[in-house]
Ligand binder design. Structure first.
Ligand code: OGA
Ligand code: MN
Length: 289
């Protein structure tokens, strides 16, 4: 029987490696319920030593819900997987000016996947297919833990606020040419509460990230200063779990209650990761505090 036998913590305050679970071509409903319960509890799940195929990765992601479409400007597969790779079809590593490499650079900012969508993503399922010998880790923080540890003075500046999320903003920070790969009609700016309530625990979580272009009712200078302070606080080393990828690793994270970022790796090192993004549910968008 394919069951989660045990869990091993990844960080003292969140994240768990699931032991005993093996990816297969199907995930039955009791397995799906156990996976979802683990995600709700730990926010970040790791499966090691898996024999990953596109089909298995899709089956795992579908256990959490529908997959988001791959947005235009990104390489994808028919099965709605996003391929983030700096390797060209001829096998060579693309130059840093290539869109694919710039997208990797953009992912080095703390973010939540698809926070720029009106209904932002529930989860992401990421498998590393080709990993550099050094660098290329993926860092995570739990935004519930961040909120819990945040000084009241900082919380007070966030409560009740709405942020504007815009994919073109985070792309423009890397290169204006990257922003122009995003169609503003496909992905217009959206509003998101800056604090979300986690069900079933009832805990609040901070909801920010690189796509935030501004805060409603705040001028740009003040908003940027607040966002910088929040991002700096959230990224404090004691909150961060940094994942060093091994072949066969699969990570699942809750985009509603974590932030993540890619870490640098040598520009000439090939790296290919494949992501399935699970769409969020409008009904789960509950503003908090
Ligand atoms: C992602 C992402 C970071 C990385 O795939 O959503 O942000 O380490 N990846 O490549
Ligand atoms: Mn991401």
């Amino acid at each position: 029987m394919n069951q989660i036998r045990d869990v091993r913590p990844l960080h003292r305050s969140f994240g768990a490696e699931l032991l005993g679970y093996t990816l297969g071509d199907q995930v039955d409903t009791s397995e799906a319920a156990a996976l979802r319960a683990a995600l709700d509890r730990y926010s970040l799940l790791l499966l090691r030593d898996q024999d990953v195929t596109d089909e298995r990765q899709v089956a795992l992601a579908r256990a959490f819900g529908e997959l988001e479409p791959v947005r235009s400007g990104l390489a994808g597969t028919a099965a709605r997987l996003i391929v983030l790779s700096n390797v060209a079809p001829d096998g060579r590593v693309v130059p840093e000016s290539a869109t694919a490499a710039m997208n990797n650079a953009a992912n080095r900012q703390w973010h939540s996947d698809s926070s720029f969508r009106e209904v932002s993503a529930l989860a992401s399922v990421l498998s590393a297919r080709r990993i550099p010998d050094e660098g290329g880790e993926t860092d995570f923080v739990s935004t519930r833990v961040v909120w819990r540890e945040m000084p009241e003075s900082l919380r007070a500046r966030v409560r009740g606020r709405v942020a504007v999320h815009d994919l073109r903003f985070s792309r423009a920070r890397v290169d204006p040419a990257l922003a122009s790969t995003v169609d503003p009609l496909e992905l217009p700016p959206v509003r998101q509460a800056m604090v979300r309530r986690h069900e079933p625990s009832g805990e609040p979580g901070l909801f920010i990230g690189s796509h935030v272009s501004g805060i409603e009712g705040m001028d740009d200078v003040e908003a940027r200063a607040l966002l910088d302070a929040l991002t700096e606080f959230a990224g404090r080393p004691e909150f961060v779990y940094s994942h060093t990828w091994r072949p066969g690793d699969v990570l699942i994270w809750d985009n509603r209650f974590t932030l993540h970022r890619g870490r640098p790796f040598p520009a000439d090192a090939p790296r290919t990761i494949v992501r399935a993004t699970v769409a969020g549910e409008r009904s789960s968008l509950r503003e908090a505090v």
